[in-house]
Design a protein around this ligand. Structure first.
Ligand SMILES: Nc1nc2c(c(=O)[nH]1)N[C@H]1C(S)=C(S)[C@@H](COP(=O)(O)OP(=O)(O)OC[C@H]3O[C@@H](n4cnc5c(=O)[nH]c(N)nc54)[C@H](O)[C@@H]3O)O[C@H]1N2
Ligand SMILES: Nc1nc2c(c(=O)[nH]1)N[C@H]1C(S)=C(S)[C@@H](COP(=O)(O)OP(=O)(O)OC[C@H]3O[C@@H](n4cnc5c(=O)[nH]c(N)nc54)[C@H](O)[C@@H]3O)O[C@H]1N2
Ligand code: SF4
Ligand SMILES: [Mo]
Length: 714
């Protein structure tokens, strides 16, 4: 039997063809008839079978006891959680209970939809999500420039002729903040039609293989490259905002802001020769269909917010915004912006200890531990985690681990006991992957083409199993005062599929939008019938209509960015180390790995351990370190020991360690791939180093010391 669905493991939403016998998976292949992914998949999709079959995956709620984990019923779990939660809320107030939402929430529509009412019912300001260790700067820039944090410009990769990629490695990550299944094929096609791919990255990554040019850049210095590119364009009068000009505000302020940051100034900061910067700017401006795209390497650094602003600005002043071949705005079948601005949703409250500002209802994850540790009124005493592993994924993970030990109550909704959930008092395991239905509410909104696809349940979960949304719904119900019979019936009837049905009906392709489309418009029933998905066409210009700023104008230089830019231009500058043992730390991803949680699948964890420290051979020589030798990497917050991997692919003065490893705790040993346990980069990253503008964690360019590891005592 064949089943069709979209893979929900990463942002590429590839179509899958799954052969099965009703109970087990026989094979997983790319669905050639999926109009978007056209047969592309990566090795992770095949590992969905392993997750489904994994004997280590939890199937029923567990409670921590002095004798270890004890299985309990759902009713016992909900009752006991409630009994412990109620007095904490009563005595210490609503903010004493915190929530952390991890990455898989955005890949799971039920969890996404039902997390909101849960947070609302808790009424807490201590909400943390993986956004602030990831793409917050993109959303921050979108909110201030366009009026909504989800009005995100996406490179029109299939029609552009020139792409400048900064701090992204789509050949390993399959693309991010840019849903483009088969990224490599799309980049190759760009070059085959005579286009150009330029990559700027402190590591010559897998993506460099398909680029025309790769330039090393000093980590954390991208803001100066972007300022210089804009500077050259204004100096040479190459700016051509075209039709955007009519509805763009503050062009003059942008021009003034980049004055003085010449290619020579940027060369000193970035290491990229001035002549190359000048040529890059001219080629970009001359292309007519160019786009600049910057991802993790740019958003998770001290100037993340400025970088994402300047990328938008570069695309705007060259007219490559909202036009074919530039950065465009998808029109998904369910529009999450809801037509309401998010402009006011910033800085409404601040974190208790460090005073970092809220954005879109959440505080930076980097303050989570201190909010649990620092005594006083308003301390976090209870935590719910949903689909996350912040001990491995947020800066200074060891400190967070210590803080979790001080909580009065911790509840985790997760399918595994991991480095974080092992500190929970209760783990509530949902159905996952092949056992759930899905519609991609988030990534259709970031996609390089408008498409829609509904993924039905493949294997019906057995009795006593609950989906994420059912767990959230039950937790919410118990927090909410008794409602009228009508209100509780209405709530009872709410399911993700029913909400989707309504969203599609009211959405831009829905029957409701245009009565003329009564027989053809998008409905859930019609979508379900098209098992491979529906193509809704290439991206179309949407501005100024889609803008959600009060005056319906695009702001190319909002004051918050100008103020922050002023600070960094007149401030003392970044520490440039002179010590030969000191290096700038960057991260990395591997195609056969998925953040912290798929390291229990044999198929992905084949071969040598990948959790190594990449060091340039010239640096290794100075350090007297040879390939494979154990080195100690240390920072203000911690120390880890890993094998060195010598490679010319890494820029001198820079070292790279992947994140998501460090599965070394008792009871957490990987069953199938011990060589891949590794150590956590976030035992080195400093929680005090954040992007001051957005509060996002600044993982990149933190300074670490390296030395040969002291020999282990016998
Ligand atoms: N130094 C450094 N740190 C980083 C990064 C980096 O590049 N460098 N990357 C950052 C980024 S981009 C991200 S997104 C974060 C990710 O950080 P997190 O979201 O905190 O962690 P994940 O590793 O994605 O863990 C996901 C958890 O969800 C569980 N899970 C999987 N499927 C389901 C499901 O269907 N339901 C439920 N309830 N649980 C499920 C898994 O078992 C796992 O425990 O890490 C960030 N941390
Ligand atoms: N196989 C696989 N795919 C994934 C994931 C995974 O864990 N495994 N995670 C998913 C998630 S949650 C996300 S958010 C995306 C991320 O998707 P990407 O952003 O494409 O992934 P990264 O590999 O983190 O790429 C960041 C690049 O930035 C570079 N870099 C680091 N610091 C700097 C800097 O200061 N300046 C510049 N210019 N470059 C810098 C790094 O060398 C790296 O090549 O990937 C997703 N896809
Ligand atoms: S690229 Fe992403 S969405 Fe596509 S198969 Fe791989 S993990 Fe799944
Ligand atoms: Mo991410």
């Amino acid at each position: 039997m064949k089943h069709y669905r979209a893979c929900n493991l990463c942002e590429a939403i590839c179509g899958l063809e799954i052969e099965h016998d009703g109970g087990s998976v026989l094979s997983i292949r790319g669905d050639k008839d999926d109009p978007f992914s056209q047969g592309h998949i990566c090795p992770k999709a095949v590992a969905l079978k392993d997750v489904y079959e994994d004997p280590d995956r939890l199937k029923s709620p567990v409670r921590k006891t002095p004798k270890g984990w004890e299985k309990i019923s759902w009713r016992q779990a909900f009752d006991q959680i409630n009994q412990k939660l109620a007095p904490i809320r009563r005595q210490h107030g609503r903010n004493s209970v915190a929530v952390y939402l991890g990455n898989p929430v955005v890949h799971n529509y039920g969890s996404l939809i039902f997390s909101r009412p849960f947070i609302r019912a808790l009424g807490t300001r201590n909400v943390f999500t993986a956004t602030s260790v990831d793409q917050l700067p993109h959303q921050f820039a979108a909110s201030f420039m366009l009026g909504h944090s989800l009005l995100l410009p996406i490179p029109d990769i299939d029609r552009c002729q020139h792409i400048l990629i900064m701090g992204a490695n789509p050949l390993a990550s399959n693309g991010s903040m840019m849903t483009a299944p088969g990224f490599e094929r799309r980049l190759r096609a760009l070059r085959e039609r005579g286009g150009k791919v330029i990559l700027v990255d402190p590591r010559k990554t897998e993506t460099a293989r398909v680029a025309d040019e790769h330039h090393f850049i000093a980590p954390g210095s991208d803001v100066f490259l972007l300022l210089a590119l804009l500077n050259v364009i204004f100096e040479k009068r190459l700016e051509r905002p075209g039709r955007l000009e009519k509805f763009t505000r503050n062009l003059g302020a942008l021009k003034a802001a980049v004055q003085g940051v010449t290619p020579a100034v940027a060369e000193a900061k970035t290491g990229i020769p001035a002549a190359i910067i000048e040529r890059m700017a001219c080629e970009f401006a001359a292309s007519g269909a160019a786009v600049c795209y910057g991802r993790m390497g740019l958003s998770t650094q001290a100037h993340g917010g400025l970088c994402q602003w300047l990328i938008n600005a570069l695309n705007i002043i060259t007219g490559n915004f909202d036009r074919s071949g530039g950065a465009m705005f998808p029109l998904p079948a369910v529009d999450l912006t809801g037509g309401k601005s998010t402009l006011g949703k910033a800085g409404r409250w601040k974190s208790r200890i460090r005073g970092l500002a809220e954005f879109d209802g959440a505080l930076p994850a980097a303050v989570m531990a201190e909010e649990m540790l620092a005594k006083g009124k308003g301390r976090i005493r209870a935590l719910f985690t949903n689909s996350g592993n912040p001990v491995l994924s947020t800066p200074n993970g060891k400190q967070l681990e210590k803080a979790l030990g001080k909580l009065d109550l911790m509840v985790s909704i997760d399918i595994y006991i991991n480095e974080t959930t092992r500190h929970a008092d209760f783990i509530l395991p949902p159905t996952t992957g092949l056992e759930t239905d899905h519609y991609d509410l988030v990534f259709n909104g970031l996609a390089v083409r408008n498409t829609a696809k509904y993924s039905p349940v493949l294997f019906k979960p057995g009795p006593g199993r609950l989906a994420d949304w059912q767990i959230l719904k039950e937790l919410t119900k118990r927090l909410t005062p008794k409602k009228s019979a009508f209100a509780s019936l209405k709530y009872k009837l709410k399911t993700p599929a029913r909400i989707l049905k309504l969203g599609l009906l009211l959405g831009p392709y829905g029957v409701w939008k245009s009565p003329a489309k009564f027989f053809t418009g998008l409905t859930l029933r019609r979508l379900k019938r098209r098992v491979h998905g529906i193509d809704l066409g290439p991206l179309q210009p949407r501005l100024p209509g889609a803008l959600l700023t009060p005056d319906k104008k695009l702001d190319v230089a909002p004051p918050v960015f100008l103020a922050r830019l002023g600070e960094i231009m007149t401030g003392p500058g970044d520490k440039v180390s002179a010590d030969i043992n000191e290096f700038a730390l960057i991260g990395r991803r591997h195609v056969r790995s998925n953040n912290s949680w798929m390291h229990n699948t044999q198929r992905l964890m084949k071969g040598k351990g990948r959790c190594t420290v990449m060091v340039n051979p010239a640096d290794a020589k100075n350090l007297r370190v040879s390939d494979g030798q154990s080195v100690e990497v240390s920072s203000r917050v911690g120390k880890i020991v890993l094998p060195a991997e010598l490679t010319d692919d890494i820029m001198p003065g820079v070292v790279s360690i992947p994140h998501g490893y460090g599965h070394t705790g008792k009871g957490l040993e990987l069953r199938v791939a011990k060589a891949h346990a590794g150590q956590s980069i976030n035992d080195l990253t400093d929680d005090q180093i954040v992007d001051k503008l957005t509060g996002n964690a600044a993982f990149s360019a933190q300074i670490v010391k390296i030395r040969p590891a002291p020999k282990a005592r016998k």
